[in-house]
Design a protein. Structure first.
Length: 307
């Protein structure tokens, strides 16, 4: 009978001991982490902007640890002045690097759950201390862990960054020229029926603000262009007196303008990229003793970067 009571008593003692010393279990929450680098080339300095969202509050004295894998150098040189941390509320942290881990110790107020951003360095030579990318191209994992005062893990997460050799990128944009030539009035250039000896007779449809020909440069043109005009040669007709140089042109209604030639000559000023319209005014002079009859010629217009 005594033996039985002793066994029951021992069981009760063990039960009391378990109740007095419960098991302590801490579950770390997973965070989504991202790291944006200003330069992903190998062996160069880069500013890191690490963003993550905490699930668990971090108390004063708690820590944020950012660990860079082997290959990244300069982590141990990072101090508070090199870090801009957005922790929310009035929370601030002091920062120090050691080996591959940058540790922020919460200083002024607890860090509430929510989005956080840690900017490390500035990516500029001579400015803040920066972390140097690995000299070998590849993918690298960066880990972020938050801890309480007892150094127990609270939240954790990681991200992968790609470090690779820069490749030159190039593209060639072709020179693009488009133009629409509009003939005002009747088709072709019509100077009418003229008497011998007339000077600077305007083309029938032009006058004032209206030129004989409008050359409209397209808005998509991506180069400075010139508008030119020329004649095919002398006027064809019963008399040899009506030569090419009896025609003239201008970009305004101001005769006599420039003498026509069989080579292209510029009308008006250059047209900048983005388009515009050049008006062409034409005149003709008929020498005395020019034989009566019909005369014809062909005028050409050109739009190009050079004439």
């Amino acid at each position: 009978m005594k033996k039985t009571w002793r066994i029951i008593g021992l069981a009760l003692v063990l039960g009391i001991l378990v109740a007095l010393f419960p098991m302590s279990t801490v579950f770390a929450a997973n965070m989504t982490v991202s790291d944006t680098l200003t330069n992903t080339n190998t062996g160069v300095i880069s500013k890191h902007t690490i963003a993550f969202t905490t699930v668990t509050s971090i108390p004063v004295g708690g820590k944020i640890e950012i660990t860079f894998p082997s290959g990244f150098t300069g982590v141990s040189s990072i101090v508070t002045a090199d870090v801009t941390a957005t922790l929310g509320g009035t929370a601030t942290a002091t920062w120090s690097g050691s080996s591959q881990t940058l540790t922020g110790t919460i200083a002024t107020a607890a860090v509430a759950p929510g989005a956080k951003t840690i900017e490390i360095g500035d990516g500029a030579a001579g400015g803040k201390n920066d972390i140097i990318n690995p000299s070998t191209a590849g993918t690298y994992t960066i880990n972020v862990v938050t801890k309480n005062v007892a150094n127990t893990k609270l939240d954790s997460g990681s991200c992968i960054v790609q470090i690779g050799t820069a490749k030159a990128a190039s593209v060639t944009v072709k020179t693009y020229i488009s133009a629409t030539i509009t003939d005002n009035g009747d088709p072709g250039l019509d100077f009418g029926a003229l008497d011998p000896g007339v000077s600077n007779q305007p083309e029938a449809a032009q006058g004032g603000a209206t030129g004989a020909i409008h050359v409209t440069i397209g808005a998509e043109v991506n180069a400075t262009v010139k508008v030119g005009t020329r004649a095919a040669g002398d006027w064809t007709g019963p008399s040899a007196l009506l030569t090419v140089d009896k025609g003239t042109f201008n970009s305004t209604d101001t005769p006599p303008g420039t003498t026509m030639s069989t080579s292209f000559q510029q009308v008006g000023s250059d047209v900048a990229p983005g388009g515009g319209t050049v008006k062409v005014y034409h005149w003709i002079s008929v020498p005395n003793a020019t034989t009566a009859g019909d005369y014809s010629n062909t005028y050409y217009y050109k739009v190009d970067t050079t004439l």
